[in-house]
Design a protein around this ligand. Sequence first.
Ligand code: SAH
Ligand code: SF4
Ligand code: F3S
Length: 480
Amino acid sequence: MLMNDISPASTLVADQQAPLRRVLIETWGCQMNVADSERMLALLATDNYQATLVPEEADLIILNTCHIREKARHKVVSRLGRLQELRHTNKDLTIAVTGCVAQAEGKSLLASHAIDIIVGPGKIAELPALVANHKQWKQKAIAIGFSKAELLDPADQTCQKSALEPPPSLEGKNPVARFVTIQQGCNNFCTFCVVPFTRGSEISLRPRTIRAEVAAMLAQGVKEITLLGQNVNSYGHDLLAASSPAGEELLAAPEEQPFVALLKDLVTLPGLESLRFTTSNPHDMTAELAALFATEAKLGKHYHLPLQSGSDRILQAMKRKVTRADYLSKISWLRQAVPDMALSTDLIVGFPGESDEDFADTLSILAEVRYSFVFAFTYSPRKGTAAIRFKEQVPEAIKQERLRRLNLLQDQITLEENQAEVGKIRQVLVHYRSRKNPLYFYGRTEHYRLVRIRSDQEIRGQVLGLTILAANKIALAAEY
Ligand code: SAH
Ligand code: SF4
Ligand code: F3S
C-alpha cells in the first residue's frame, strides 16, 4: 500500500452536497486490515458516507479480506453469497472486496461472483472514485497491484490521510487505542506465507509522516498507539538505501537502528501512555531494541516475537533465517532488559516434513519460554508460495491433533501465568466498556494481559493502579 496518491488532509472534509450514504465495512485478518478499514472510512467520509453496522441500511458494503489461510477465500465467497439477497430490496447496493484476497484473487473473483468493485491494499486511494463511478454508471472496476514508480521513490510519500481527521468511529467516540502503519509489504518470502504477494515489497513510511499521524491521533485523545509492519525491526533500511530526504531524516541519528530511533522519538509525544508494535521478525530483532525496554516504560513489558516452529530443521525449511538458539538468545536479551517481560508468539503446526520430534521441539519451547499467550495455526498450503510444492505434506488429522495438544499445553501455561498475577498491583490502561454490561470495562496491564474491571465510573482512557483479584485463562479481574 502506498501513500503518495492520497489527497492532502486539508481536503478531507465531507462534501455537504453529496447525499448521505451508509457504508458497512467487515474487516478480517490482521491489524493492517483494521488500519486500512479506518483509512477507507476516512476517505469515504469526504463523499458523505457514514459507517453502519446494519447490512440492510448500507448503500455500500466492503469486505476487507485476509488471504493468510485457505479458509479466508471460502469465507469471502460464502459471505458474498448471503449478501446477494440484499440486492433484491436495495437495487442501488454496491459491494466491494478489498484487502489481501482482492489482491491475490481479484481477477477471478470479479469474473465469478457478484462483486462490483475490487481494490487491493496498494490501491485504497482509488476506492472513493470507483464507488462514485459504480453509483452513477453501474460500472464494475478492479484496481490491484503496486506501482513501481512509487516503490522506487519512497521519499515521495505524502502525509497519510486518515489520522489527520478523526475517523467516523462507529460509536461516535474516539477509541483509546489506534494502529499506525509504519511499513508496507514484506521482502522475506518465508516459504509458507502469502504476505509478500498480497502486500508487495517492503516500504517504510517517512519518520515525519508517522510522527504527524501519531501526534494527530494523540490530539484526538488516543492513549495507545500500535505501530504496524510485517517486519518492524527492519523499518527504515529501505529509506537509508534510497538516498532520499527520508533517508536523511533517519541519518540524523546515524549510530542508531532506524526503528529504535523512531520509537525514541515517538515516546516523547505528549499524551502518549503506551507505544506498542507488531509484528517483529526475530531475524531483525536487535539487542539495541531489547535494551530500550529497560529505559522506556511506555513500551510496556510485553513482546510478541513470532517463532513459527521450535525445530531448527523446520525453521530452515520455512526460511525463517534464525535457529532455535538464535531465537532463545533474543528472548534472553528481552528478559535481561525487563526480568518479568511477558512474551507471546505465533506458531504453525504441521508444516511439510514436520515429524513427531520436530513437533516435540515446538512443545518444549512453550514450556521453556512460558508465553503469556500464543497464536497457533495448522499449516495451510497457499498458492504461489514455495512450501505448497514441498513433499511430505502432513495429513490434516495429524495437524489438528498437534494443534489440539499444543493448545492444551499453552492453555495450562496461560492459566498459571494469569493466576500468578492475583494479588499484584498492575498499571492498567482502560480501553473500552463492555457492550453487554455497562458496569464492566476492559483494559490491558503493562504486560498486555486483558483485565475486566468492575466500575460504576467512566474510566475509559485512564491508567489505573489496580489490584488483581482473580484470574482465568482468558482474563484477569479487578475493581475500581
Ligand atoms: N510478519 C509476521 C507474520 C505475519 S502473518 C512474522 O514474520 O512473524 C501472521 C501469522 O500467520 C504468522 O506468524 C503465521 O504464524 C501465520 N501464517 C502465515 N502463513 C500461514 C500459513 N500458510 N499457514 C498457517 N499459518 C500461517
Ligand atoms: Fe510472511 Fe515471513 Fe514476511 Fe512475516 S516475515 S509477513 S511470515 S514472509
Ligand atoms: Fe491477512 Fe493480509 Fe494481514 S493476508 S494477515 S490481512 S497482511
